[in-house]
Design a protein around this ligand. Sequence first.
Ligand SMILES: Nc1ncnc2c1ncn2[C@@H]1O[C@H](COP(=O)(O)OP(=O)(O)OP(=O)(O)O)[C@@H](O)[C@H]1O
Length: 938
Amino acid sequence: MATASQAPLPRVALRLYTPAYPRCQPGNVSQSDPREPVTLLLRDLRSKPGGLPSREAARRLEIYGPNELRRKQRTDWPRQLIRQFTHPLALLLWLAALLAMVSSSTELAVAVVAVIVLNAAFAFTQEQQAEKAVEALSAYLPARATVLRDGTRTAVEARDLVPGDVLVVEEGDRVSADARLLDGSVEVDLSPLTGESLPAYRSAELKDVTGPLLDARDLLFSGTNCTGGQALAVVFATGMHTELGKIAALSQRVGRDESPLEKQVKRVAWLIAAVAVGVGVAFLPLGAFVAGLPLDDALNFAIGLLVANVPEGLLPTITLALAVGVRALARGGAVVKRLSAVETLGSTTVICTDKTGTLTRNRMRVTRLWTFAGELTGEASGTPPEPARALAEVVSACSNAELDPSDPGAEGSGDQTEIALLRAARSLGEDVSPERRAGHRLRQFHFDATLRLMSTLDRRGDRTVLNVKGAPEAVLERATTYLPGEGGPQPLTDTERARVTEAIDRYAHQGLRLLAVATRDVTGDAADARRDELERDLTLIGVAAMIDPPRDGVPEAVARCHSAGIRLIMVTGDHALTAGEIARKIGLARDHPTVITGDRLAELSERELESLLEGKRELVFARTSPEVKLRIADALRAQGNVVAMTGDGVNDAPALRRADIGVAMGVTGTDVAREASTMVLTDDNFSTIVTAVEEGRRVYDNVRKFIVYIFAHATPEVIPFLLFALSGGRIPLPLTVLQILAIDLGTETLPALALGREPAEPGVMSRPPRRRSENVITHAMLGRAWGLLGGVSAVLVLGGFFLTLFAGGWYFGAPVGEGTALHPVWQQATTMTFLGIVACQIGTAFASRAQYASLRTVGPWSNRLLLWGILFEVVFSAAVVTLPPLRAVFGTAPPPAEQLAMLVVFPFVVWGIDEWYRWWRRARGWGGRDVLAPAATG
Ligand SMILES: Nc1ncnc2c1ncn2[C@@H]1O[C@H](COP(=O)(O)OP(=O)(O)OP(=O)(O)O)[C@@H](O)[C@H]1O
């Protein structure tokens, strides 16, 4: 059986469209039977092998609507909202409300229900926002398709496909509509539709008029991927009329899975909830028996403690922070498909990158043409010597790229290497028009990244010629003769081989990309001959050398990787010397790259490969086939690395899936690679990967920052209760339950959210990557939040409380209950505690903005949102203390002015001590590491 890659090229692709065109009538096109004879089908679809005129396509788009899967109207928001009221932590709070009711404290019960409602509303909005942010991503990655419109190949968005369009399907394309093959054959991966993992062969030659539609061997279906070959197919169904639409099995939605970070935080939230319940339950006997509180009151305080410490808002805030990170990444050119990718990016330890187009510009220009008659500078003009003319003829025939005949300066379409070669051929006077090429072509063998060859079988007068281009070694090893300056082919002796090899090495040393060109006269019937039977006994004509300089910004991005402790590995199909030179130019391996060729790699055992990859050495793998990437990804991951791997071809898909972060090229990459990847670069630029890693680190850092912030106030809230209980009630309660709730819900929330939007901390790319196993909450963080920030706050807050009490005439053990003389003083003192905690929160917020750096380098005012959050916090607490209705609810009374003035100092003390702590850590070289969690990387 013929394979797709050996199939003849569909010739109709290049036949020009003839205008006499029947207009489609609404309604009748989509009813055509895809299995009727092609001529009938085309007639029913009112189409032609040359495709539709663009005006007609636009008209049909109006009639049939966009080629999209309409997602079911989202009616699941009520369910999502209900979930906010019924998740386990919310249920815990419901239980607390119920207990409050039972203990006949309606006020508290109402307050707890308010907490639940507010939290649910908050979490719901955050999740909606997160979902929207992630959904908006699909706009960054419009699916594309190539069609024949007005007789020429045109790239369109897949949503613009209409019945009657003629699709050009090539290796790596995703099929975006249901279509009947007109010409050519392809291998398709039907697994997205049928689950069948083996590629299926589909050909215009194979007719199946019975059996299930999905099995028909001349039909292609939306949602499947072409893994080989090339074909033309006429679209007979789009959008919801496709088989995929009918099954509605796939949606284009970006995945929403629970990330490891979210899982970790969930676990921590549960742990803290358990502690909160424990503290609450422990308080009951302490309050009732040790402090002598009435049981109802003790129960109320226990409930207050529980409600205050259950971190119910933590998870949605983290989800939102990740989603906002995803949106920021997309704007920067890196579209990720999973929220979890953001945190994985942050811990990337190795980036394995392609060269062409990622590190280099992929804007190639032929600078040298070497033949046995001498050397020409690229795009030279005038009458060329015979071998150069022959070279131009071969590269013109053996190509699928197109130049714009009307505009010599235009970019051209197709593979950049081929565009560069066509330009060079055109400047030598060669006719490079696709029509001429199509008129001569008999067969095509696609560029094979493993063979590193492409060839076409063409008619030249009454001769049949195989035109070959490919990597010099691949061509040279198949060549037996060469074309001298004059006359016919001569045997390729060692002397001639040495001549050409010397030229190749010289060019490669200059970082030039090289292709050798050869031909062969084929006699006899070549229609069914195998590729390897044809690609031998070649006549070597010469070598084309082209320049593809590094992209702007790449050397800087490489330097950033170095300072961030991220190792780089170049994996390229290019020549070892070329790759080595480009590596040197961009500063990889600090200008001394170790280059390993694919042949050498093939000889290495797994053990040897692992020892090669051990350590931090930066490497260049040259002349590799895509399969090698999988081996490298596996070996690196086995060593505990977090691997980002780039790729663009169909064969790269397994490695992209295996890597922690598969990175596909959005511009030059195939749909298959884009689908297999976790992240798609909309600009194909290596620097964007590094920026994405930085963004990943920033988001992860921010999650840690707000965790520190919201954990810190637990100490000044809990210690007063302990004092009260341990003193047997002789020290009055420094804070009421409702005041605690005012802090947790009123003052804390907005600044916490704002910390999720913190810009990257200076030095975020100067520290080594986080360990894969490192927990989001480390001991050092807890020490800082509960011990340092919380401890200092507790001391200050209690200081304020006692000062107000003593100033008002209180003495140890003096009663402060309602009706006593000291009751107003106690109210002032609890208000002092409340305001003291708020003041300390302000200091904590500024301190939490940096994990390692000083606030000065972060920029004290650089997070506007935080400033607004703090303003809200201040206004809200002022209202609680001054507005009579709120005073009545929260039991507050404004303390005297001189005591209030003291509060101004609190934020500075809290922030100042933390600032000193960070300085102390930096001074000890712990700038990028948690003190208690030193990581070993690489
Ligand atoms: N269209 C083509 N036709 C024939 N030979 C080609 C073509 N494109 C590339 N080659 C040859 O094959 C070699 C390997 O190309 P391949 O596309 O596998 O890797 P690359 O583009 O050089 O690098 P990278 O893997 O970094 O993208 C090239 O150096 C070139 O000699």
